[in-house]
Every structure is written in structure tokens, then in C-alpha cells.
Design a protein around this ligand. Structure first.
Ligand SMILES: Cc1ncc(C[n+]2csc(CCOP(=O)(O)OP(=O)(O)O)c2C)c(N)n1
Length: 561
């Protein structure tokens, strides 16, 4: 039955009836009718963040961890523009987020009204779709469509801009049809492509399987594992593909690219076939494209047709959902083994050179977190050196247990995104791992955690520098550490100020006990790890360099007698 409601109520009703349970937001003038209606919809849990950027990251984290759309809300003007970094982050990493923004009233649009900004224009390149709602009667269908669009095909952000007078306008509302679900499209991709790919796999002597975020987005874990095990192909996981394949599996090689292990990049350079599933071969993975995988033919499977041939030209391109196409490929391939090739790769594997002088190494810290949580937690990282250490050193066992801003590389992502992860996976442990720079970008969200009762464990790798930039300055800018030394507040006192436990670890002897205490505390807790200041992430391919030319750590010198 149709009812007459205000646009604000229609917005709330449509969200509730579409199954949305959590929204992250911040009120303001142009979105006030919505906030006025909100208390009448207790099924919508609103999380009041301390900055709209955090609302977008939290919605993104919620979406990535929960496999459903994350929703964020902001007012017009500065509220809306504060969402932009979060939307760009979600766009680059294919995360389904719907942003709802207030807009000035329709008669004021285009007059530089107070807090007016063209948020649709601003976000055009970083959204899949956007709506400037002209009539309250359109709101219900728009909300349903936006939620479906964010998730359909290749996921990404969608924006709904709602003028204030439209929120106050009355219109008829009818519940959305139940059938309009945001189901993934069934896998497409010609049988020809799959058959040809299977023949290439059968003929290859040095094949590699490279898996990216698309395999996580389509839940293709079992299919990828079957493909690897049936063919014996060694598996490489990109930064966003980490945890798509178990780290401890004998076929798992590690991460490729700029900070990939030497044996992984060398395998790529020697491979005669690369089967890439759900990845986009970005520059951090390929290095200098002209020198990338010079001996390899390529099979590229991706849901987004635009990705096929964008960066690398495949011999076979298959447009389709990773899960469905991989399942067909598993059925089409012959069982085989790649033992000699695997041995050749393993011969290049070396023990990691101890790049840390102190014993409070990132490796020790991560081992401690893994041990205390029995490897069952979700790790959310920020951007910088710590992000690379976590990617390379943390032993991921559970699917989709590693969440990071890969494409945009957004510092400040970890803490708010971890709040979203916590809400999507209540009862599970989530650790947000940041550097001292990135942590200071969004540390105000501790207040959100406390007010909303969100249990996030925060680890800060404090090296006193914007570490990754300092490393580039050391390697490529004559060690001129321009504007990279960065001070910090007393994090233990900061935690105290927010009423949560805070710990400082300076020595490995304090590790196990402190991590255990922070993890066991029933609420948010913070641990600062004071690590070596000038430790580097090795190996490293210089930007634009070939995967064949890594900078490696110098072996520790043996002291002369
Ligand atoms: C919002 C944003 N600003 C700047 C950068 C550039 N950047 C990349 S890594 C990095 C340093 C990060 O330092 P920190 O958070 O202390 O982490 P560390 O590298 O020391 O682990 C910077 C400034 C970025 N990625 N994101």
C-alpha cells in the first residue's frame, strides 16, 4: 500500500527495507531533515564519526569485511567534500559504498548558496553512478537502485545527493520490490576463452597463477585453490589478493611487484604463462611494463571488460566473474604438476635478511599478534612501510582477513576502516596497524569507538618518521630527510585521555604480555611499538624499474676479529 511520507522518511524507510543496518555519518544543515527522521528508525544504527572521511572509510571497511554495501552520510559542502578521499579509496579498490549527501534546496542550487558544492561534479570520476534527487517520489527507487548498482558487476561507490527541500517534500512511498536483489551477475566469458586458457596451461613449462582482489570479491577461494592444486601452478597474491590463498600452502609464493620477494618477481620474469585472475596489473605489480614478464603469454580473467588489455595485452582475455570462470577452468584443465618449475623458483628463495638492528622487529610484533589471536583476527593496515611488512610477514590463513588501501594508498585508512570491519564481523577481533604518521591522520576516531562501543585494537609502528617517504629519500634523494621526521603525542596518555588502555612496547621482552593484555581487554585498546627509526622495506624495485633489478638489503656484516 502506498503512503505519503517526507523525503527524509522515504530515505530512512528505503534504507531499512533494503536491509541496511549500519550507517556512518555526521550531521549538518542540509541533511537535518534526514537526521530529524532517523530516531524513528531504530533498525538503522548510526555511527557518529569525528570526520566525514572516517565515515567513508568505515563504510568501505564494513563493505569489504561484510560483503555487503557500506553506507555513509554527510551534509552538503564541507561534509560532502570530506567524503571524497574515502570515495576515491573505495573506487580504486572496487568497494561497494553508497554515500548520501545533503544538498542546498533546489531553488538555491547554482547560486553559491551557503555550504553549496557540486559534489556530483567533484566525485564524477570516482563513482559508478550519482544521483541529484529532484523529487521525493524518486527517492525510494533511487536508494534501491544505488544499493544494487554499488554491488553489481565490479563493485564501487555510488552517490545520492538530496536537496534539503526534497527531504522535506511529501510523496507517495511504496516498499521496494523484494526481487530487486544485488546479486552478482553469473560469470560470463566464452567457452572458447576457457578452452584456450586450458590448452595454454597444459602446454606451459613455467606457468604462474596471479590472483588479485577480484578473487576475494567473488568468493573464489575454493575454485582458485582447486585450480592451483589440479595444475600444480605456483600462486602469487597481489597486495589486495592477500588472504585469497592460504599463506602456508606449499604452492603459495608471496607478493609480487615493488616490494615483492626476489623469488616471486624472478618467477614472473622467467614464467612462460601467467594466468591472472581478478587483478589489474597496476604499476606497483608490473614495474616497468616494457620489461614485465618478457617470456610469458598471458591469460587475463576479469569481470570488468575495460581491464582486459588496459595495462598488459593478454593472449586470452576472459570477461567474467572470477568464481564462475575459474570453476569452468578447473573443469577444463588436465591434472598436471609443475614440480621442476617449483623447485627452480624455490632455489631462488632466500632467508629474509635481518633488516632490523633491534629485536623489536616488525616480524616479531606480527608474530606476536598472530600467536595471541591464533591467526583468527582481521588485520587492517594503513599505508607505508608497516603496510608492506604486514603484507609480507603476517601469515594469513583465513580468507579475506587482510584489508588495506591498495589502489589509492590512503594514509589514515586503517583506524576508521577497522571500525567498519568490527561492525561487519561482530565478535571477531580486528587489529588496525598504522604508522605514526597515518595514525595521527584519523586518531580522533578513538572517540567514536568509545562513544559507540566499537572494539578495535590499534597498533602503531612508531619509527619517528614518515617511514616510506624517508626510505625513498634515502634511496633516491641523497638521504635528504626533508619534512619526514614526525613527532608524536604521548600515545599512552592519549589513550588515557579517551579512557582506553594504552601501552608502549620498547623491547621484545614486553611483546607477548602486552599484546595479550591489549587483545584481551573488552574494548578498544592501543599499543605503540617503538621500532628502529631507519629500518627499510626490502627488497624494492625502484619506481619505473624492471622487476629484474631489485634493491636488496645488505647482508649483515660479520664483525672482524
Ligand atoms: C593521505 C596521504 N598523504 C600522503 C601519502 C604519501 N605517503 C605514503 S607512505 C607515507 C609515509 C607514511 O608514514 P607512516 O604513517 O609513519 O608509516 P611508515 O611508512 O613509517 O610505516 C606517506 C607520507 C599518502 N599515501 N597518503
Amino acid at each position: 500500500m502506498n503512503e505519503t511520507l517526507t523525503g527524509a522518511h522515504i530515505l530512512c524507510r528505503a534504507l531499512v527495507e533494503s536491509g541496511v543496518e549500519v550507517i556512518f555519518g555526521y550531521p549538518g544543515g542540509a541533511i537535518m531533515p534526514f537526521y530529524h527522521a532517523l530516531p524513528e528508525y531504530p533498525r538503522l544504527r548510526h555511527i557518529l564519526v569525528r570526520h566525514e572521511q572516517a565515515a567513508a572509510h568505515a563504510a568501505d571497511g564494513y563493505a569489504r569485511a561484510g560483503g555487503r554495501v557500506g553506507v555513509c552520510v554527510a551534509t552538503s559542502g564541507p561534509g560532502a567534500t570530506n567524503l571524497v578521499t574515502g570515495l576515491a579509496t573505495a573506487h580504486m579498490d572496487s568497494s561497494p559504498v553508497v554515500a548520501i549527501t545533503g544538498q542546498v534546496a533546489r531553488p538555491m542550487i547554482g547560486r553559491d548558496a551557503f555550504q553549496e558544492t557540486d559534489i556530483i561534479g567533484i566525485t564524477l570520476p570516482i563513482t559508478k553512478q550519482s544521483y541529484l534527487v529532484q523529487e521525493a517520489s524518486e527517492l525510494g527507487p533511487i536508494v534501491t537502485e544505488a544499493l544494487a548498482l554499488a554491488q553489481e558487476g565490479r563493485p564501487g561507490p555510488v552517490l545520492i545527493d538530496v536537496p534539503k527541500d526534497v527531504q522535506n517534500q511529501r510523496a507517495e512511498y511504496s516498499s521496494p520490490p523484494v526481487s530487486r536483489s544485488a546479486k552478482r551477475e553469473p560469470g560470463r566469458g566464452g567457452e572458447d576463452g576457457v578452452g584456450k586458457a586450458a590448452r595454454l596451461i597444459a602446454a606451459a613449462k613455467r606457468p604462474l597463477l596471479m590472483v588479485g582482489h577480484g578473487t576475494i570479491l567473488s568468493n573464489a577461494y575454493a575454485e582458485v585453490r582447486s585450480l592451483a592444486e589440479k595444475t600444480g601452478m605456483p600462486v602469487i597474491t597481489t597486495l589486495l589478493g592477500i588472504s585469497a590463498f592460504p599463506d602456508g600452502h606449499p604452492l603459495h609464493l608471496g607478493m609480487p611487484g615493488m616490494h615483492g620477494e626476489v623469488h616471486v618477481n624472478r618467477a614472473i620474469q622467467r614464467a612462460d604463462l601467467i594466468v591472472g585472475i581478478g587483478l589489474r596489473f597496476d604499476d606497483r605489480v608490473t614495474g616497468n611494463l616494457a620489461a614485465f614478464a618478457p617470456r610469458a603469454q598471458l591469460v587475463h580473467i576479469d569481470l570488468d571488460r575495460a581491464e582486459i588489455g588496459k595495462n598488459v595485452r593478454p593472449a586470452v582475455g576472459i570477461v567474467g566473474d572470477a568464481k564462475a570462470v575459474t570453476a569452468r577452468l578447473v573443469a577444463a584443465v588436465e591434472s598436471r604438476s609443475c614440480q621442476p618449475w617449483m623447485e627452480e623458483i624455490q632455489d631462488n628463495r632466500r632467508e629474509p635478511v635481518a633488516a632490523f638492528r633491534g629485536d623489536l622487529s616488525p616480524e616479531a610484533i606480527l608474530a606476536s599478534i598472530c600467536e595471541v589471536t591464533r591467526g583468527e583476527c582481521t588485520i587492517v593496515t594503513d599505508v607505508g612501510q608497516h603496510q608492506m611488512w604486514v603484507a609480507k610477514l603476517y601469515p594469513y590463513r583465513r580468507p579475506n582477513s587482510h584489508i588495506t588501501s591498495g589502489g589509492l594508498g590512503t594514509m589514515g585508512f586503517a583506524v576508521p576502516a577497522a571500525m567498519g570491519v568490527h561492525l561487519a564481523r561482530p565478535g571477531e577481533t580486528v587489529w588496525a596497524i598504522s604508522g605514526d604518521g597515518g595514525f595521527q591522520m584519523n586518531m580522533a576516531e578513538i572517540a567514536t569507538m568509545v562513544q559507540e562501543g566499537l572494539t578495535v585494537k590499534m597498533a602503531i609502528f612508531n619509527n619517528g618518521y614518515l617511514g616510506m617517504v624517508r626510505q625513498w629519500q634515502q634511496f633516491f634523494h641523497e638521504k635528504r630527510y626533508s619534512c619526514t621526521p614526525i613527532g608524536s603525542p604521548d600515545y599512552v596518555k592519549l589513550a588515557e585521555a579517551y579512557g582506553i588502555p594504552g601501552y608502549r612496547v620498547k623491547d621484545a621482552s614486553e611483546l607477548a604480555d602486552t599484546v595479550w593484555r591489549a587483545n584481551a581487554y573488552p574494548g578498544p585498546a592501543l599499543v605503540e611499538f617503538v621500532i628502529e627509526q631507519e629500518a627499510n622495506v626490502y627488497p624494492m624495485i625502484p619506481p619505473g624499474g624492471s622487476l629484474s633489478e631489485p634493491i636488496e638489503a645488505e647482508p649483515a656484516r660479520v664483525p672482524a676479529d
